[in-house]
Design a binder for this molecule. Structure first.
Ligand SMILES: NC(=O)c1ccc[n+]([C@@H]2O[C@H](COP(=O)([O-])OP(=O)(O)OC[C@H]3O[C@@H](n4cnc5c(N)ncnc54)[C@H](O)[C@@H]3O)[C@@H](O)[C@H]2O)c1
Length: 219
């Protein structure tokens, strides 16, 4: 299989890349950080731009002749305050990026599978208001695209807390509060499960110590 993973240089994305490479997939990593972990081919990509997403998809097609799997994983937390400052930046990296990525691959992937890495915050809300807003919208995108494009398989995975640099600043607080953090590899295992889901428009969750499970209310 030929796969594209955005945000594949670090954290969850890097774990997904390693898991796909280990099973023999060719992986294009699209990330803004060229110093991070790499797949079989790295393409410098700022996912906030539609053109950059198109370029990442085209790189996979040019190099490997097609695209079977796309994982839209790049994202970042927003400000933990309800203020307009930070709103656009948070939406750009979490939501615009996913909209652009899905649009860029929609006519290229046929018979393949698309995975959007959202978050439990996209189901429950969070003090990181705009991050949670963007994650809810990612799920809306997945459900709506699935309804609109028969034959285009797209599903969402919502991790709970995961031990990556994204939570490093408040990791000790989380642990002190008794919260469990999943490893990036636990999420990568779940991602593989969801990429293999033969249905579309479904929403999955993964939390520390538990395998991927369909979110409440997901068909
Ligand atoms: N860590 C958690 O607790 C957690 C929980 C739920 C969901 N998530 C989601 O998982 C995804 C991955 O997060 P993570 O925890 O691995 O974070 P991370 O910071 O470890 O990795 C994020 C990756 O995205 C890349 N990236 C950031 N901005 C980019 C841009 N503009 N263009 C291209 N690449 C960019 C980074 O360089 C990095 O490689 C995100 O969508 C995040 O919202 C994380």
């Amino acid at each position: 299989m030929i796969a594209l993973v955005t945000g594949g240089a670090h954290g969850i994305g890097a774990a997904i890349v390693q898991r796909l490479i280990a099973r023999g997939d060719e992986v294009v990593v699209a990330d803004v950080d060229p110093d991070g972990e790499r797949g079989s081919h790295f393409v410098l990509t700022d996912v906030r731009s539609f053109e950059a997403n198109e370029n990442a998809v085209a790189t996979a097609v040019d190099r490997f002749g097609g695209l079977d799997l796309a994982v839209f994983n790049a994202g970042a937390a927003g400000p933990r305050a309800f203020s307009v400052s930070g709103y656009r930046d948070t939406m750009r990296v979490n939501l615009d990026a996913t909209v652009y990525g899905v649009a860029a691959c929609a006519d290229v992937i046929s018979g393949g599978s698309v995975l959007v890495v959202a978050s439990i915050a996209g189901l429950t809300g969070s003090p990181d208001v705009y991050y949670a807003t963007a994650k809810h919208a990612q799920i809306g995108l997945v459900r709506s695209v699935a309804q609109t494009r028969p034959g285009f398989r797209i599903n969402a995975l919502c991790p709970g807390l995961v031990d990556t640099r994204a939570v490093a600043a408040y990791r000790s607080e989380l642990v002190a509060a008794g919260l469990a953090l999943a490893s990036p590899d636990e999420v990568a295992v779940a991602a593989e499960t969801v990429l293999g889901d033969q249905r579309t428009g479904r929403v999955w969750t993964v939390e520390a110590g538990r395998p991927a499970a369909l979110a409440q209310g997901s068909p």
